[in-house]
Structure formats: structure tokens, C-alpha cells
Design a protein around this ligand. Structure first.
Ligand SMILES: [Ca+2]
Ligand SMILES: [Ca+2]
Length: 204
């Protein structure tokens, strides 16, 4: 009996070691790129582009904007960000780890600028309100499936803008070592369950 309990504790220790070796799910690191070539070169997976050449978005890509007039216009995405309700959510249908685009904030003048919000994290530096089509993109060390584009804090009342060449890259298990927090959590939960089951069995 002592031996069985001992083996249960060994498994508990093993689970603890696995947790210790895993980055915290809350700690997401983002790297901001203002050069598209650098952003592309930093990826280990292929780039998917939505160039807004027509009103149909890429398969799996969807968008919800608080701005009633948002939409494809002249080969670009036309939108506005303003607190509290005017922000835009881009959803990708599956896990990605990189996102970017060409941002033109000159329309209606420079406003608040724009800020991305991913997995609850506000990304800094923001997209500058002086942008006239320059690239701004991020790469995360964990996966996400949606991006919120909201107003920044650079002055002005709101930000009207065009977005073109929206780019993103899918997470692929075989070619990128980005851990998926959900999977690791399930794995850990499974181990804890085994330990609890074994210890209960020993007591019975
Ligand atoms: Ca375009
Ligand atoms: Ca503007």
C-alpha cells in the first residue's frame, strides 16, 4: 500500500514538473513589425492575403464592425474606430499566430490612431495616426483566432481608416513550435485526473 501511494506521489511530482516547464497561458508575447519583409521572414509558415479585390472575404475569414458604413470600398476595407462601440473584430475560423496589413489612417485626417487587442492584450506600440498605407503587423508566441481593431490614444475623437492586404499565417503543428495553451491545459488536467484516480484507488 505504501508503494502504491508512493507511485501516485511520483506521478503528481511528474505533473508538477510538466507544468513548471510550460510557459504560463496568460503570458503572451507579441512582436510588432513595421516592415512587411521582416514580418514575412520571421514566419515559418506561409502567408495568406486578403486584398479586398471584391466583396467576398477569404474562406474562414469574417469580420464584424461597429461602424455601419464599414465594408469593401475601392479595393480596400473601409472602417472607423471610436469608443465605446465602434471597433472591429476579425475572425479567422482557426488558429493563427501572425496578423498584419497596410493601414491608411489619413481619411478624415489623423485621429486617435488604432490599437490591436489580441487575447485580451492591448498591443503596443499602436498603429500610428500618421500611417498612410504602411505595414503594421504582429507575431505572437501563442495562437489566437481573432483580432480586435480599436481606437488608439493618439488624440482626436475617432479614427476613420482604410485597411488593405490583410495578411495572416496559420498555426501548423509540424512546422512551428508555438504551444497551444488549450492543449497543454487538457494534457495537464488529464494527468491530474489520473493521479486523483490512482490515489483514490489506493485509499479504497
Ligand atoms: Ca486591395
Ligand atoms: Ca483617419
Amino acid at each position: 500500500m505504501k508503494t502504491r501511494l508512493g507511485s501516485g506521489l511520483t506521478m503528481l511530482a511528474l505533473a508538477g514538473m510538466l507544468f513548471a516547464g510550460t510557459p504560463s497561458a496568460e503570458a503572451v508575447n507579441f512582436t510588432v513589425y513595421t516592415n512587411k519583409t521582416d514580418w514575412t521572414n520571421a514566419l515559418s509558415t506561409s502567408v495568406v492575403t486578403e486584398n479586398f479585390s471584391d466583396a467576398t472575404l477569404n474562406s474562414g475569414l469574417s469580420v464584424v464592425s461597429g461602424f455601419g458604413s464599414a465594408g469593401v470600398s475601392g479595393g480596400e476595407w473601409y472602417d472607423r474606430a471610436d469608443a465605446p462601440g465602434l471597433f472591429t473584430t476579425w475572425s479567422f475560423g482557426t488558429s493563427i499566430y501572425a496578423f498584419g496589413g497596410n493601414w491608411d489612417l489619413a481619411t478624415n485626417g489623423a485621429g486617435t490612431g488604432l490599437q490591436l487587442k489580441i487575447l485580451g492584450n492591448l498591443i503596443t506600440p499602436q498603429i500610428p495616426d500618421s500611417s498612410t498605407g504602411q505595414f503594421y503587423g504582429v507575431i505572437a508566441d501563442t495562437v489566437f483566432s481573432s483580432v480586435i481593431v480599436q481606437e488608439g490614444t493618439q488624440g482626436g475623437a475617432r479614427e476613420t481608416y482604410f485597411l488593405d492586404n490583410l495578411v495572416y499565417s496559420f498555426y501548423e503543428t509540424q512546422s512551428n513550435p508555438v504551444p497551444e495553451p488549450g492543449t497543454m491545459l487538457l494534457f495537464g488536467t488529464g494527468l491530474a485526473g489520473i493521479v486523483a484516480w490512482r490515489m483514490k484507488k489506493v485509499q479504497a
